[in-house]
Design a binder for this molecule. Structure first.
Ligand SMILES: CC(C)(COP(=O)(O)OP(=O)(O)OC[C@H]1O[C@@H](n2cnc3c(N)ncnc32)[C@H](O)[C@@H]1OP(=O)(O)O)[C@@H](O)C(=O)NCCC(=O)NCCS
Length: 217
């Protein structure tokens, strides 16, 4: 597979939003909002432009990843910088061929070279443990309620990167987009039918599950 990974150019934006819509449509809920989120997050001060990349196959954009700044806030209130990717999209015609993994590996190496310490995401463990992500419970990193979501996953970018760092994971506030604008935004795309799918229940279960604290650390 002759896959090229390169920075997203301004003229790619519409194709990338269409790609995200195709990848996420009916995936987590009927319809999706990831293309809308992507549209807004591009203008966030927390966006890392060097880590906003597309994967191109036979001249067509088939994958996309972008990163924003995130933090682990410790008990004293100090904010320790981390990175978060998402939405991560691979076109349904090309999923499960290693493109998502290639985008993660490529950006992981770039992020390491830029001096970042860790990547922390919410995601399905089955998609990410093979890329080295581990449960937040191993690191004492929790959600705002002090719990360890099964979907909160951590990748240290060098050994010991998170030694001495524990606390509450915080994403960029720019992810809090106005849901009221989604419908009008979506009307700018070709009509697509919303449906209830079994995968949405699987997503609900996974995203509402928690693991026990890891007592070894
Ligand atoms: C999730 C997604 C980004 C993964 O990209 P991909 O190119 O399809 O995945 P890859 O082929 O690189 O596989 C990555 C890992 O995920 C697993 N995986 C991918 N799709 C899967 C599926 N539908 N069910 C179970 N496992 C899956 C692979 O087995 C692989 O595991 P391994 O590393 O242990 O071998 C892509 O499928 C996608 O865009 N899905 C729809 C949107 C989405 O869910 N985005 C992520 C939100 S958390």
């Amino acid at each position: 597979m002759d896959l090229t990974i390169r920075p997203e150019a301004p003229e790619d934006r519409r194709a990338v939003e269409e790609l995200a819509r195709e990848a996420f449509w009916n995936h987590h809920v009927p319809g999706c909002d990831e293309h809308y989120l992507l549209h807004h997050i591009r203008s966030s001060a927390d966006l890392i432009p060097q880590l906003n990349l597309v994967a191109v196959l036979d001249g067509r954009i088939v994958g996309h990843i972008l990163y924003t700044r995130s933090w682990v806030v410790d008990k004293a209130g100090s904010r320790h910088g981390t990175l978060t990717f998402g939405p991560l999209s691979v076109h349904p015609d090309h999923q499960r061929r290693g493109i998502g993994k290639a985008l993660i590996a490529h950006t992981r190496d770039l992020a390491r070279g830029m001096g970042h310490r860790a990547i922390i995401i919410y995601g399905h463990p089955g998609n990410y443990c093979g890329s080295g992500f581990k449960s937040c419970a191993h690191y004492g990193i929790t959600d705002a309620q002090g719990l360890y979501p099964s979907s909160l996953l951590v990748l240290e970018l060098y050994p010991g990167a998170l030694d001495g760092i524990a606390g509450v994971f915080a994403e960029s506030i720019d992810f809090q987009v106005d849901p009221g604008g989604l419908e009008a935004f979506d009307r700018g795309f070709p009509p697509k039918e919303k449906a209830v799918t079994p995968g949405q229940e699987e997503f609900f279960i996974n995203s509402h599950s928690f693991v026990q604290p890891d007592v070894q650390r």
